[in-house]
Design a protein around this ligand. Structure first.
Ligand code: ATP
Ligand code: MG
Length: 565
């Protein structure tokens, strides 16, 4: 897949990053020299799925503050769960972070690199009498845990001696016990109001092949046991995470205090929620596995790879991340905000082109049979430096079916019998008659043109109420076009039956679209504005003789603009 789009020029949509409470904390810490002037963050994905737009928020935050405060940001894979993690996900995550424009340099880390260290830390806690091997089953652990209103009960194995715990823990590692038969648990307080502090599990026995450590381990640390220590090992200053970890912070702090090691400062911010989609890897995986979408990078998916394939630019996603901001309380962003960021970016940078998606033939009766004129068309009205191109005009053209009505409704100013419209960059034409096939469908619209109305000429002053786009039939390049709608019909597709809100009409494939010839060489990833139709991106499967374009986003106010001209 081609990632760099050479048609797109330098961006200018980005502005200075907005202040937020995390940046304020960091600036204060720099003033007080809290970490010796260091700013060191990390982005810690679990490689159990592809990254989505919510992760982009976290990436932009972590890498953004590192960049702006002369700091560093690590990429750390939190790979503590071998049953759900895969190398494919690691690769996709790296590709996506890079594509978003961020660089972790040589700091690509894995929690699994710390398995030995974490094991030693666990032994330290056992020696301090702060951890014990427990024989309760998973279900029993849950029963003993209590509830928000009731305290838990101590495990009957809680008072094992240090020697016994050391011996059992070592034998857990050696594989002497079956999966799930024992755990290592922290010894904290079964009556703690915070349930995370009720003797949480640190290790479980699990014979599963890990994507990096293979079969070396049959005990795996829990996320909670690995996370804070990983931050500490990497000397992270500000450990930025989402709000669901507020209640885990006391536990992370407890572990680090017991171990007497460096402590990072955890700061929580609100997750991104977005309308008309789901943002949980579990749900996204389900859509992929059930075939509701074509894969993780289906252009309807909120994944970074899906957005990229759809036609989103890294600049538009970074702009979105900056606009939605960082806050301490939950909120939901509208998907239209995301779309607006792409429009804004592509409006300034994408080449314009003419494409007819649902063609109907127009024959200009008084135009010479074999004549071809090369007409001048501007590449981007927002940016004169992008120049212009030639578009061929001839006797037989295609226009959109929608731009013609045999019987026009009220206020319809486009083409109908007896009416005139301007063809963009060309002439004013008038509809003289209609030819129908045996089924009564319109096969041809017969028109005449007014040679005195050529665009750009001194006599082109005559005004008509609308301007439509067109493509010369004999020069047209065929393409397939994929039009997308929201993946869900509900703003918040939640609950057990969230899949019932899948939009069955979220993809429309048009096979017979006509492009102006300059697009014949479009490469995967190239982006254009098809005049009046929206912004489109050549799909990764697009080939020179089998072009495929995805509509990234529609234009706003198209008709209002065009009809006034
Ligand atoms: P999911 O809920 O999709 O499974 P996750 O939180 O389990 O996501 P991780 O791989 O653990 O996925 O996430 C990596 C980082 O991205 C974490 O620091 C997490 O807080 C952050 N993150 C995940 N989802 C969002 C979101 N919607 N908005 C902002 N940050 C997010
Ligand atoms: Mg997570």
């Amino acid at each position: 897949m081609q990632m760099k789009n050479d048609i797109i020029q330098e961006t200018n949509v980005e502005v200075a990053p907005r202040k937020n409470f995390i940046r304020e904390i960091i600036e204060d810490d720099l003033k007080t020299n809290k970490y010796g002037g260091r700013v060191h963050t990390r982005f810690p994905p679990e490689p159990n799925g592809y990254l989505h737009i919510g992760h982009a928020k976290s990436i932009c935050l972590n890498f953004g503050v590192a960049r702006d405060y002369n700091g560093k940001c690590n990429l750390r894979f939190d790979d503590t769960n071998p049953t759900k993690e895969e190398q494919e996900y690691v690769e996709s995550i790296k590709e996506d972070v890079k594509w978003l424009g961020y660089d972790w340099e040589e700091r690509e880390f894995y929690a699994s690199d710390y398995f030995e260290k974490l094991y030693e830390f666990a032994v330290q806690l056992i020696k301090k009498g702060k951890a014990f091997v427990c024989d309760l089953s998973g279900d029993q652990v849950r029963q003993y845990r209590g509830t928000l209103t009731e305290p838990g009960k101590n495990s009957p194995y809680r008072d094992r001696t240090v020697e016994e715990n050391l011996d059992l823990f070592e034998r857990m590692r050696k594989g002497e016990f079956p999966d799930g038969s024992k755990t290592l648990r922290a010894k904290i307080d079964m009556a703690a109001p915070n349930i995370n502090m009720r003797d949480p599990v640190m290790y479980r026995i699990l014979r599963a092949t890990h994507h990096r450590t293979g079969d070396k381990w049959c005990i795996y640390p829990t996320y909670d046991w690995a996370h804070g220590q990983s931050d500490s090992i990497e000397n992270i200053t500000h450990s930025l995470c989402t709000l669901e970890f507020v209640d885990h912070r006391p536990l992370y702090d407890w572990y680090l205090e017991q171990l007497g090691v460096y402590r990072s400062q955890q700061i929580e911010f609100a997750k991104l929620n977005l309308t008309y989609t789901v943002l949980s890897k579990r749900n996204l995986l389900q859509l992929v596995e059930e075939g509701s979408v074509s894969g993780w990078n289906d252009p309807r998916m909120p994944t970074i790879s899906g957005l990229r394939r759809r036609g989103y630019t890294p600049e538009s996603i970074r702009l979105f991340a900056d606009r939605i901001g960082i806050a301490r309380s939950e909120s939901t962003a509208e998907v239209t905000q995301l779309e607006d960021c792409l429009r804004e970016d592509l409006n300034r940078r994408a080449l314009r082109a003419m494409a007819v998606l649902r063609p109907v033939k127009v024959v200009i009766e008084n135009y010479p049979d074999d004549q071809v004129e090369e007409l001048e068309a501007v590449n981007n009205p927002e940016d004169a430096s992008m120049g212009s191109r030639k578009v061929p005009f001839s006797k037989v053209l295609y226009i959109e079916q929608d731009d013609f009505r045999e019987v026009p409704p009220k206020k319809y100013w486009r083409l109908f019998p007896g009416n005139e419209v301007r063809l963009r960059y060309a002439y004013i034409i008038k509809c003289e008659s209609v030819v129908k096939n045996s089924k009564g469908e319109i096969s041809e619209i017969r028109c005449t043109y007014d040679p005195a109305t050529k665009s750009g000429s001194s006599e082109s002053q005559r005004k008509v109420k609308s301007t439509i786009h067109w493509v010369s039939a004999k020069h047209a390049v065929d393409t397939e076009v994929r039009l997308y709608d929201r993946l869900f019909t509900e703003e918040f597709p939640a609950g057990e039956n969230w899949r019932q809100y899948l939009n069955r009409n979220s993809l429309e494939v048009l096979k017979n679209c006509k492009l102006e010839p300059s697009l014949s060489k479009a490469k995967p990833g190239d982006k254009y504005q098809f005049e009046r139709m929206g912004y489109f991106c050549a799909d990764e499967d697009s080939k020179p003789n089998a072009l495929i374009f995805n509509r990234a986003v529609t234009l706003r106010d198209t008709w209002a603009k065009i009809e006034k001209k």
